[in-house]
Design a protein around this ligand. Structure first.
Ligand code: KG4
Ligand code: ZN
Length: 338
């Protein structure tokens, strides 16, 4: 079984062919065209521009992913939400048209489900029950998965997502979009203990996140500093902010693991999981506090948006016989998990 998957929910135009072999997913092709350089010119994603760029590049990306039609497939999948409506519509229309014309099944995939299934692209995939930390530009969620394709959202952000906080703090420091990579690069040269920022809802009995207070406290700190800021000060702020995000996340993961002692694996997925400091800190915290738990974080190229993860989720939908009806699946920019 081979699935052609399409991902166009935000600013990556992506297509991949994923094969199911011995009940495990295997990547045949994986093509990602990132629009980041274009959006960096305006300091963020302009939805209309992103949709137009998907329309321009998707045919070429599809040609590359299918090796000019030499790679065959038996089903088509696409991200149906959450994401930018115009961007989602382009990918889903292309996928449904292909599925209809080739008389193949269609699988509509939740983008967050895709991020979760990126953990199955690793050699040692999660063992269930597993706890997923989804940290991306639009989401910060803790999700418990006891069975395949079944999700219990234990906590979510109440305001900004972790990636959004990176992007906004980067803007405060005059760093280029996207903020995550810019901050992590600068943070290497800074002192993570130079400034103390608050860990939101530390003592509250909730697995929800909140990052807008952290962003506001960085903004307040910057407003009090002499201008222009020197490079060392900026690096110290970047490192201290990144350290606070890591501590916040580790605190919530720890809390979740105490509340759900049956969890056998923890996986961190989504764009922010590309952050090296966070990867190292969370790995250390789990190894020290919960040595029996397997920690998984995908390779960097599968942390940010890609179609391989959408294809893997579709492979599991195929294995568990959850085909979407071709005309019954609509895009939903606010789609949730579960
Ligand atoms: O998963 P993703 O590609 O798209 C969404 O589904 O939102 O995540 C994009 C987010 C952006 O906010 C970006 O700043 C952040 O992931 N990001 C990072 C890093 N690389 C990307 N955040 C922190 N450190 C990074 N190295
Ligand atoms: Zn994403």
């Amino acid at each position: 079984m081979r699935i052609l998957a399409i991902e166009t929910s935000c600013d990556e135009t992506a297509a991949a062919i994923i094969e199911e072999r011995d009940f495990m997913p295997r990547i045949i092709t994986n093509v990602v065209y990132s629009q980041i350089d274009e959006h960096a010119l305006t300091g963020g994603v302009i939805p209309e521009k992103a949709a137009r760029m998907h329309a321009e590049t998707l045919p070429t990306v599809l040609k590359q992913a299918t090796f000019n039609r030499r790679e065959k497939f038996d089903a088509v999948a696409a991200t149906v939400g959450p994401g930018l409506i115009g961007c989602l519509l382009l990918g889903v229309s292309a996928a449904k048209t292909l599925a209809y014309n080739l008389d193949l099944p269609f699988y509509g995939i939740n983008h967050l489900e895709g991020h979760i299934y990126s953990a199955w692209l690793e050699n040692q995939p999660p063992e269930l029950p597993a706890l997923f930390l989804i940290v991306s530009g639009g989401h910060s969620d803790l999700v418990l998965m006891e069975r395949h394709l079944s999700y219990r959202v234990l906590g979510s952000t109440r305001d900004d997502a972790a990636g959004e906080a990176f992007d906004k703090v980067a803007r405060l420091l005059d760093l280029p979009y996207p903020g995550g990579p810019s901050i992590s690069k600068l943070a290497v040269k800074g002192d993570p203990n130079a400034y103390e920022f608050p860990i939101a809802m530390k003592d509250e009995n909730t697995l929800d996140f909140s990052f807008s207070g952290l962003k506001a406290s960085v903004a307040y700190m910057i407003s009090k500093l002499p201008k222009p800021m020197d490079d060392k000060t900026k690096a110290d702020i970047a490192a201290s902010f990144q350290e606070t995000v890591s501590k916040t996340i580790i605190h919530k993961v720890n809390k979740a693991l105490h509340m759900y002692p049956d969890v056998r694996s923890v996986a961190m997925v989504g764009g922010v999981s590309a952050n090296i400091h966070l990867r190292n800190e969370l790995a250390n915290a789990i190894e020290t506090g919960f040595p029996q738990i397997r920690f998984i974080v995908p390779q960097l190229k599968y942390c940010t948006d890609n179609a391989a993860m959408i294809g893997v989720a579709a492979i599991y939908k195929h294995m568990f016989k959850q085909k979407s009806s071709w005309d019954g699946v609509e895009v939903d920019p606010n789609l949730t998990l579960g």
